[in-house]
Design a protein around this ligand. Structure first.
Ligand code: IPD
Ligand code: CA
Ligand code: CA
Length: 270
């Protein structure tokens, strides 16, 4: 069983208008906590996740929800969910640092996994009014303020020299530093948006070409990985050559616009 995509999109819009946008540029210091250094959570993250959780279960009866903030409160939740068939992964605000700074580039995102495989996802940038919807085997749809269109497959660039990248190096063990340095030297440009939702959707729609991550928390990666793979992009571990799966929580992953670019990046990183 899967969700009705229109209802799913409507739910994200509602969470945004009821729980997130009213707090945008209106947060008080009591509304913001630092979970660890530089890792923020706000009252809007918590309320949006509490809003979404029962409604997602209603959309797909029998599903369970693994939300970022519920997992912070109960770290065993990820493990408990591993045996479940239908699991929603929820990032109530991706790019919380941007949200706290009053920058518009943050998103709300969710993904549904069936036996560990992502089958549906929705990513919504409420201030920008950009929605990305993906269903396994059915493509990825962009819904903007004035247009709706299916994203098209990305066949270029195939060489690193013309690729624009985002390298997240923070959680890579030290042994990867030389390879990451080589990659940075080869690409045309690199710049992080501090928002996984942005990096995945930018690669899917052609605004960027490449990214790297080692920490693979499922609410950060499950939604975007489906949007990307539905346009022929790749999110894959360079050591195991396994495509991204939400039950794999870490490993040296490269995201690329197409297979050729992924292969080129892998060779330089290893
Ligand atoms: C963060 C963003 C960021 C990524 C971090 C995430 P959050 O999510 O997606 O791009 O590098 O690993 O934690 O905390 O803003 O939901
Ligand atoms: Ca996130
Ligand atoms: Ca978050």
């Amino acid at each position: 069983m899967t969700a009705d995509m229109d209802q799913l999109a409507g739910l994200l819009r509602e969470a945004a208008s009821e729980k997130v946008l009213p707090r945008f540029r209106s947060l008080t210091s009591q509304d913001v906590e630092e979970k660890s250094r530089g890792d923020f959570v706000t009252v809007a993250d918590k309320e949006a996740e509490l809003f979404l959780t029962p409604r997602l279960i209603d959309l797909v009866p029998g599903s369970i929800v693994v939300g970022e903030e519920a997992t912070t409160a109960d770290p065993d939740l990820l493990e408990k969910a591993a045996g479940e068939e239908l699991t929603w992964y929820v990032d109530p605000i991706d790019g919380t640092a941007l949200f706290v700074a009053g920058e518009p580039g943050f998103a709300i995102m969710v993904a549904l996994a069936d036996k560990g495989e992502v089958v549906q996802s929705a990513i919504y940038f409420p201030v920008l009014n950009e929605m990305f919807l993906a269903e396994k085997g059915a493509g990825a749809l962009f819904v903007g303020a004035n247009s709706t269109s299916y994203l098209t497959a990305r066949t270029s660039p195939q060489s690193l020299e013309t690729a624009d990248a985002a390298f997240y190096t923070k959680h890579f063990p030290g042994q990867w530093a030389p390879g990451l340095k080589r990659l940075k030297e080869r690409v045309s440009s690199y710049r992080n948006e501090m928002c996984a939702a942005r990096e995945y959707t930018d690669i899917a729609r052609g605004a960027k070409d490449l990214a790297s991550y080692h920490r693979m928390l499922p609410w950060d990666h499950a939604p975007g990985s489906l949007v990307l793979s539905e346009v022929g992009g790749v999110a894959r571990n360079v050591e195991t050559r396994q495509d991204y799966r939400p039950r794999i929580l870490q490993g040296p992953h490269i995201l690329a616009a197409n297979e050729e670019l992924w292969q080129a990046a892998r060779k330089v990183l290893l």
